[in-house]
Design a protein around this ligand. Structure first.
Ligand code: GH3
Ligand code: MG
Ligand code: MG
Length: 317
């Protein structure tokens, strides 16, 4: 999840053709030349699967009848693999057998095109598959975004923390994780109303985004709790980031309640070289424990655990 799919960087749709016939590659290239697409070709199933995983094309055109691994087997593997599962696949079939079409649909193909290709039909079917692919992609992205603050939501956080932790463990790179919780937030809602509370949440999200690095991942965990994943950041650097965020928030004047400032408590955990022994859930648990200690010892402070030295340190504002 750390690298974004290629298609997000290009306005052109990327179409991957998997077909053993070079003539078909040439023919499709010529027929689809006028479309706003980039066409890439694979000559067999194994190469096609590799390219699909690496390039995440918008749509795949897949020949059924290929020597070695046939199109049905390729389709099965595409649908079994998370990175390629949602890519729409159009089957290319030379045969008129209804059973092949039924099998293809059962395995998860969205459409089929019969050879020899009818030009207008081919373009219409490719365009329609590109449209549905973009829709699925947009919905998948939205499902990971918090509606109020625009930050990543908890679903994204859970998957992303696991991902970043295993990457940092594998490459012996530092990692830190912070949990922020707004102090006495319920009082803001109760005293100034829910919209004022919402504005505070948006303000916290904006501060997190502004004060962290582009490679950091701020998320809304839920309610008035936020998480910040900081890859390649040792705990002492992460501590400085958290303190800067905490102090900036504490100094902000809020238009709806200029007389009432906002503070946050922070639980932080980090390691220069994350060990393979601790899971993402255990990292979060440690950060949460530190947050609890921050609340118990007066709020508006950061409590940090350095997993290498095993030390817990409290700093108050
Ligand atoms: P503490 O200092 O111990 O963290 O106290 P607190 O009042 O911040 O914590 P508590 O968990 O008691 O209250 C959290 C409140 O956050 C309760 C809930 O109604 C409110 N809340 C959760 N989500 C939203 C939201 O999206 N908008 C607003 N305005 N309030 C929310
Ligand atoms: Mg809370
Ligand atoms: Mg709170």
């Amino acid at each position: 999840m750390s690298s974004e799919p290629t298609q997000l960087q290009s306005s052109h749709a990327v179409i991957l053709v998997i077909d053993d016939s070079p003539d078909v590659h040439r023919l499709l290239g010529a027929r689809l030349k006028s479309e706003p697409i980039d066409l890439i070709c694979a000559a067999d199933g194994a190469m096609g699967l590799r390219m699909a995983r690496e390039l995440r094309p918008t749509v795949i055109l897949l020949d059924i009848d290929m020597p070695g691994m046939d199109g049905f087997e390729v389709l099965r593997q595409l649908k079994d693999d998370t990175p390629t599962h949602d890519i729409p696949v159009i089957m290319l079939t030379g045969m008129q057998s209804p059973q092949d079409k039924v099998t293809a649909f059962d395995l998860g193909a969205v459409d089929y095109i019969c050879k020899p290709f009818d030009l207008t039909e081919l373009r219409a079917r490719v365009r329609s598959a590109v449209r549905s692919s973009r829709l699925v992609q947009m919905l998948a992205q939205r499902a990971q975004i918090d509606g109020l603050t625009g930050l990543y939501n908890r679903a994204h956080f859970d998957a992303r923390l696991k991902d970043e932790l295993s990457g940092c463990q594998r490459h012996a790179r530092s990692l830190s994780l912070a949990v922020f919780d707004c102090d006495f937030f319920k009082q803001i809602n109760d005293t100034y109303g829910h919209p004022a509370g919402d504005e505070v949440l948006i303000g916290i999200a904006e501060t997190l985004q502004r004060e962290c690095r582009a490679s950091d991942i701020p998320c809304r965990y839920g309610g008035e709790e936020f998480c910040l994943i900081m890859p390649d950041t040792p705990p002492d650097d992460a501590f400085r980031v958290c303190e800067r965020i905490r102090q900036n928030l504490g100094a902000m004047v809020w238009p709806r309640h200029p007389e009432r400032s906002i503070t946050v408590s922070v639980g932080l955990v980090g390691a220069r070289k994350p060990s393979h022994e601790l899971t993402a859930a255990e990292w979060l648990e440690t950060a949460d424990k530190n947050l609890y200690t921050a609340k118990q010892t007066g709020r508006n402070r950061t409590i940090i655990t350095d997993l290498m030295s095993g030390s817990t340190l409290a700093k108050a504002g």
